[in-house]
Design a protein around this ligand. Structure first.
Ligand code: 9D3
Length: 238
């Protein structure tokens, strides 16, 4: 039994898109996960096949109709009654690695992608959907967010990533940003690789990397740095 993604969208042709390439694409071809994009427009009932209408109360833009959206959701739920139901909206809670990890351990997900100004609130309330955002910037719809979630989940599925890379997940979980990486040539554009990395002293290399990771985290992400310091205070380790 592998990870199943059912994506509800007005633009099914956007899928698999980038998910058909690289790691996720090879895993898809192997059957480590499946992806079905369901066209919401297929559930429109009028002769113009309309999926949206003007907002009650006025204001800009259009709103996705609850009846059309729910007909699509119902079909997805019939195909995957055990799948968590997620809707992508700019006002959702932030997608986190913690949530990604939990989803990757489960049977998959039904991912509803919003378009226009949003989805009629009753469609979301009726199914008690989990609302997620991927960050504080404006997209034109939920499709890129669905791709982000799936990319993040698929790389965690058993057998998708080699043993070498899977430890990277652990290092992000340390709460620090990554240390700088280098490969050949040893000198490039007049810049030499830090001496310690060529020295073969593994303890010194580990200490240098830790110090660099801390410096970079402190400079770039004060939020992560504060959280990391709080953790180190409570449980001092390595
Ligand atoms: C002016 C109010 N806008 C809300 C910030 C309207 C609006 C903008 C963009 C309504 C919908 C959208 C489309 N965005 C998404 O569907 C979306 C999204 C995003 O824009 N940013 C981060 N995560 C996500 S998840 C879905």
């Amino acid at each position: 039994m592998s990870f199943r993604a059912l994506v509800l969208t007005l633009f099914p042709e956007m899928f698999p898109g980038p998910l058909g390439h690289s790691l996720a694409g090879r895993a898809l071809a192997r059957g480590d996960w499946s992806l079905d994009a369901i066209d919401i427009r297929g559930f429109a009932t009028d002769k113009h096949r309309s999926v949206d209408d003007t907002p009650f109360g006025g204001g800009p833009g259009m709103v996705m109709r609850a009846d059309v959206v729910d007909a699509a959701v119902q079909t997805a739920l019939a195909r995957g009654p055990d799948l968590p139901l997620i809707v992508f909206t700019p006002r959702g809670g932030l997608l986190t690695q913690r949530r990604v990890r939990a989803l990757a351990e489960g049977p998959g997900a039904i991912l509803l992608c919003g378009r226009y100004e949003g989805i009629d609130e009753r469609a979301i309330a009726h199914r008690r959907m989990e609302e997620l955002s991927i960050g504080d910037y404006v997209l034109s719809g939920g499709e890129p967010a669905a791709m982000v979630l799936l990319d993040a989940c698929v790389r965690l599925l058993p057998g998708v990533m080699g043993a070498a890379e899977s430890g990277v997940e652990e290092s992000f979980a340390s709460g620090l940003l990554e240390y700088p990486h280098y490969t050949r040539p040893a000198v490039w554009q007049g810049m030499a690789v830090p001496e310690v990395l060529a020295g073969g002293n593994h303890a010194a290399i580990a200490a240098w990397r830790r110090a660099e990771a801390e410096r970079i985290t402190r400079d770039r992400r004060p939020d992560l740095w504060t959280a990391y310091r709080a953790l180190a205070e409570a449980a001092p380790t390595a």
